[in-house]
Design a protein around this ligand. Structure first.
Ligand code: GTR
Length: 427
């Protein structure tokens, strides 16, 4: 009896070890181009029933809704209908910011559904030079609080950081990510910028929902397609646009949404859903953002849904280690931006985000731009570092690590100047 147990146990241990080895081999991140599976990308211009799309009108009425449905039911989750009441309060203003070139404002957003409220603080800079004509505006989140974007002590702590200040004082560091929001560079080029800490909208933690805007909005019955953090962050970006478009200093026809990395994923999803964003910019957004999932290079669906279970809707996990079964891929998400302008950027050392997958995704979205008589990316070959492409779809790859830098911003500013027809100023 004992012997049998031992044999049984050792078989079980061997089996467990083998399974463990298989699982870890399976889950090993692929950084080898020769190991990219032979994937077939889902068709952009063929409807689910096989009908081919040949006109922009057919795309808008038939194919676009099919792709939209997939991303909202199986990737990011459904954005609920219904609007929240929002009160805006200017809590600080400096008409002579950045040496007099800009006006700085800090605006408290108080979202309410009549029962609960959520506060989020926007940091705004607009150029005094374009006060009369209205400036084009970048809208995007920051990671470390508004105070993390600048050394200026007039900039208040974002509400989320106020709430945790006793616990993690290192998060209260001022200016830690100032190079990610180079306000002076943006202002010198005649642009406005509005940023907010993404934790104010949905704290980026597994249990963040309880402190997020999600509490205030109705949820969909189907649990699998219920929205989570990326969906809510996207909603927050549109809420910022609701305020910006009413500001006299803003050109409401020139709102651009921008995001780095996880915020790039949210910026894409916001840009797809909200047509007021005329330029949509994804900086190093990687898996679940611009990069093609079917290449399974760098970060995978398995990793991202395990490590960040609060980002995508639950149904997205169905494709964990089953990328080949995805009926859609991220090039179709990018195509949903057309005919508005799209810019995708990568960094050479950012293999986790799969630069080639980000490029190819924008390339494979380009037939849609052609359908609209516009010019997307024309070559399957990635451009070299330092050779940005500025067609109706823009792309560049920067030397270096996962980040958003003044170099990246320089290209975004050039692209937007081209899209909006501005003469390049103060470059
Ligand atoms: C990583 C994550 C990526 C990306 C990145 C970031 O840990 O795996 O998908 O979003 O974080 O946001 O910097």
């Amino acid at each position: 009896m004992m012997r049998t147990t031992v044999i049984f146990k050792s078989v079980a241990i061997t089996l467990a070890l083998l399974c463990g080895m298989a699982a870890s081999a399976k889950s090993k991140t692929n950084y080898d181009e020769s190991k990219v599976p032979n994937y077939i990308l889902p068709e952009l211009l063929t409807c689910n029933d096989g009908t081919k799309v040949t006109t922009a009108q057919e795309w808008e009425s038939r194919r676009r809704p099919e792709i939209m449905e997939f991303f909202s039911k199986s990737v990011y989750g459904q954005t609920p209908e219904g609007e929240l009441k929002v009160k805006y309060k200017v809590v600080a203003k400096d008409r002579k910011a950045l040496g007099g070139k800009a006006t700085m404002q800090q605006v408290m957003f108080t979202f309410s559904n009549g029962k609960m409220v959520q506060r989020a603080l926007a940091l705004v800079y607009y150029p005094n030079s374009r006060k009369k004509t209205g400036a084009p505006v970048f809208i995007g989140y920051n990671f470390k609080g508004n105070h993390g974007t600048s050394n200026d002590t007039k900039i208040l702590y974002s509400p989320y950081f106020d709430s945790i200040s006793n616990r993690k004082s290192e998060l209260l560091q001022r200016g830690v990510q100032s190079e990610r929001w180079p306000m002076e560079q943006i202002i010198d080029r005649g642009y406005a910028a509005v940023t907010m800490c993404y934790h104010d909208i949905y704290p980026d933690r597994e249990d963040g929902a309880a402190q997020s805007l999600i509490r205030l909005l109705p949820t969909t019955k189907d649990e699998g397609s219920r929205w989570q953090a990326i969906g809510v962050w996207a909603y927050g970006l549109s809420s910022i646009a609701d305020w910006v478009e009413r500001q006299p200093w803003a050109n409401r026809e020139q709102m651009c949404v921008i995001g780095h990395s996880r915020q790039g994923k949210a910026a894409l999803w916001a840009g797809v859903q909200d047509e007021r964003f005329k330029v949509v910019i994804s900086n190093n957004s990687g898996c679940g953002g611009a990069a093609l999932s079917k290449r399974v290079f760098g970060e995978s669906i398995r990793f991202i849904t395990k490590r960040f279970p609060h980002w995508f809707c639950k149904d997205f996990t169905k494709y964990s280690e089953r990328e080949a079964e995805l009926p859609f891929d991220q090039h179709q998400l990018l195509a949903l931006v057309a005919p508005r302008h799209l810019y995708v950027a990568s960094a050479s050392l950012d293999r986790w985000a799969d630069p080639k997958g980000e490029y190819l995704s924008a390339y494979h979205a380009s037939p849609l731009y052609k359908l609209y008589g516009m010019k997307g990316l024309e070559s399957e070959q990635m451009p070299k570092i330092g050779e940005p492409i500025m067609n109706d779809v823009g792309y560049h790859i920067r030397e270096g690590k996962h980040n958003i830098t003044p170099y990246d911003w320089g290209h975004y500013l050039d692209f937007c100047d081209k899209v909006f027809g501005y003469k390049v100023v103060n470059k």
